[in-house]
Design a protein around this ligand. Sequence first.
Ligand code: BGC
Length: 361
Amino acid sequence: MNVNRRHLMTGTIGAAAVAMIASACASEDEGGGSGSGKKVGIAMPTKTSERWILDGDNLKASFEDEGYEVTLQYANDVAADQVSQIETMVGQNVDVLVIAAIDNKSLSGVLAQAKDQDITVIAYDRLILDTPDVDYYASFDNTKVGTLQGTYLVEALDLANQAGPFNIELFAGALTDNNAPYFFNGAWAVLEPFVTEGKLVVKSGQTTLEQVATENWDGAIAQERMDNILSNFYNDGSVVDAVLSPFDGISRGIIASLQGSGYTTMPVITGQDAELESVKYIISGLQAMTVYKDTRLLADTTVDMVLAVLDGKTPDINDEDTYDNGDHVIPAFLLEPVSVDVTNYEVELIDSGYIDAADLG
Ligand code: BGC
């Protein structure tokens, strides 16, 4: 597979994207194309996070380049709205559905309708569970995302050489997102031995996925949980040394909470998605790292998959073991996530054209 062969739309997170986030709302955006005359319906979860705006834009541009007619919709993190949007796409006789699910278990009904019409279904970034009607999965190595976050914390605290103990608090994503346990388990596998050894201490005692999950990946909800943790478990003069956060938007909520409690030096805090605001935080020292996933490559991987399937060929797959959706193992193409901090953001994000240096000013 050559994911770079297509002329990639710029992935730059600019002022326009930020403005779109500020006015986040359900939206419909229908583009036209001729070429093959085939239609693709793209269902994205939300515009409140800039990664999904880039995903939608890149997918739309890449499919249009190939002559597809594109319907792109966002559902504001409301699962029922996403189901109705997909129902509408099925009614429009699309040939392909590309779906980043809001609730991984809410789509069985609508996907059964899609299969009745022989629509090809690609689970995009997030696996769709409990249905026979998903054909392929395009994503990143989600366990590795967590491994990178956990490893970063271990190295930043120098746990190989330091006895600590260091205080750490844990956050995970939405339980309705199949990626959340992969991220969390990947990180926890790295961190747990140090908790067992006593070098890391979770003062809140909240260590299970259910206890640390964040509804809708919402930064405000994470902020509130951090407020509660600080007032209940750190009211004795102790400080938080590290925070496992799965996503930049959640990290920003955690940082706001810490700032509100008077922290001037931040704990070591992880993140994911290389969102512009968080890259600024990394440069200024508020956030330690993020996990960069090049959404341009994911869009191209997905388009390549679709082109192969509709051409009657088997698409390139590099994982046929990991992602059992409860019905069967979904053949997947998984891309590599990259750990980014202040030492390598220029090479990874700016030199690659993902972020425009001018936007960081
Ligand atoms: C994606 C992450 C993203 C999160 C919140 C996950 O499914 O894989 O990249 O941070 O959703 O939007």
